[in-house]
Ligand binder design. Sequence first.
Ligand code: NAD
Length: 505
Amino acid sequence: MAQSTLDSMPGASTGTVVITEPLNFWGGKRVKPREEKNAEPVFEPATGRVLCQMVPCGAEEVDEAIQSAYAAYQKWSKMAGMERARVMLEAARIIRERREKIAKLEAINNGKTITEALVNIDISWKSIEYYAGLAGTLAGQHIQLPGGAFAYSRREPLGVCVGIGAWNFPFVIATMKSAPALACGNAIVYKPSPMAPVTAVILAEIYKEAGVPDGLFCVVQGGAETGSLLCHHPKVAKVSFTGSVPTGKKVMEMSAKSVKQVTLELGGKSPLIIFKDCELENAVKGALMANFLTQGQVCCNGTRVFVQREIMPQFLEEVVKRTKAIPVGDPLLGSTRMGPLISKPQLEKVLGFVSQAKKEGARVLCGGDPFVPSDPKLKGGYFMSPCVLDNCRDDMTCVKEEIFGPVMSVLPFDTEEEVIQRANNTTFGLASGVFTRDISRAHRVAASMEAGTCFINNYNINPIELPFGGYKMSGFGRENGQVTIEYYSQLKTVVVEMGDVESLF
Ligand code: NAD
């Protein structure tokens, strides 16, 4: 087993890691790509160096992975929930034991700080623990019918599920999809983003070590073409997708051809509403947490910050002071609070949003520039300074579109009625937030938000027990929480006659 990448982590530092092991996994082992010809370099965001090569899987490889998952599904689905739970708990234990090594590899591949990566890995093993706890509780209903007849329902798995993930939470997304899928008795073939391909295969190795049947969790590498092969494959029962709205639409269309179930976790442009009666320091901290985690590359970020006019000057002063103080630099240092963006094109795109905002009349209060850390090894990294934009209007590009970078747009408002209408005036609906000390107002606003989540007096609190997902074009279906069992299982009704058949014919 190729554990050497992980084993080299304790001594590894930024700019030193090169990964040469195969990144595909099916049939219980890492699998070398059949052909190397379409290899794409994967960059270490902190240095701009090549970390490894990602070789996309073609049709035969995708089919091999799916067949291997199907074979594993035949065994796994026949096990009792409690037996599955035992294996899953062992996987969670192994992740917990290796949390530091996995977090380091994640930070190297993604650019997020080691502090955040550790939190992410902890969310991941908790997710597996949580669904292991539910695996033994899956049950149907017994329904009495006239004449002693009865029916019962069985909660059954779907079969082979596919997970397609984004690059911002590579290990978390792989576990959030696989944990409920496996708990319900499914197998899953997971395709990570081509920009962050290295930790999903570590998860595959851990599941294997914990004792899942070979093929139960497979990893196929690739981009749009490989994703499309997965969505079209006739043996796939469900596709759970995390990514942008345009790709989500394509995934839904492709999956519709063979009527696969679909979960879509898509983008957002979420509002955070700060009333003048808030506890200001908490609201400021909340606004930072809503905008700057993982360099602002978080789907549910509250990037439209509506601030009641009376407190705008104090709010801006405090938010700018704290934003300027965010230490940007080497993601592997414990003191760093912001690392590089995922890629050069992403950095250029985000900087482009800032220039466009300036052209449209926004005022840059801080940041929004490329940032070159003093450490020479980080010179080629994709860093920028976190940005706060003032003077924003609802019709500006920076306020309407998902930027997916560390850019906060601040907008003044006067009344509750007005801000609710403006907050909901978007095609997205992933999350929302409100800061106020008025308890009735807090719940009134929460009820009015056209979004899958509303945070009251905090932001970006997403523990595994809580359902997470979008309204409107931010998607449908849910991840996390008990409800996700429904998205990875189906009900069979069994009707039992106890007497004679009464025929009309
Ligand atoms: P993306 O849509 O470009 O890619 C997502 C995944 O889809 C990748 O694995 C990619 O290779 C694959 N893909 C691309 N084209 C495909 C196709 N035609 N068929 C099948 N698969 C295809 O998104 P991204 O840039 O990786 O991620 C950023 C986006 O993800 C943002 O919009 C963000 O808001 C969203 N996101 C949402 C959530 C959520 O839970 N709602 C979480 C994280 C990220």
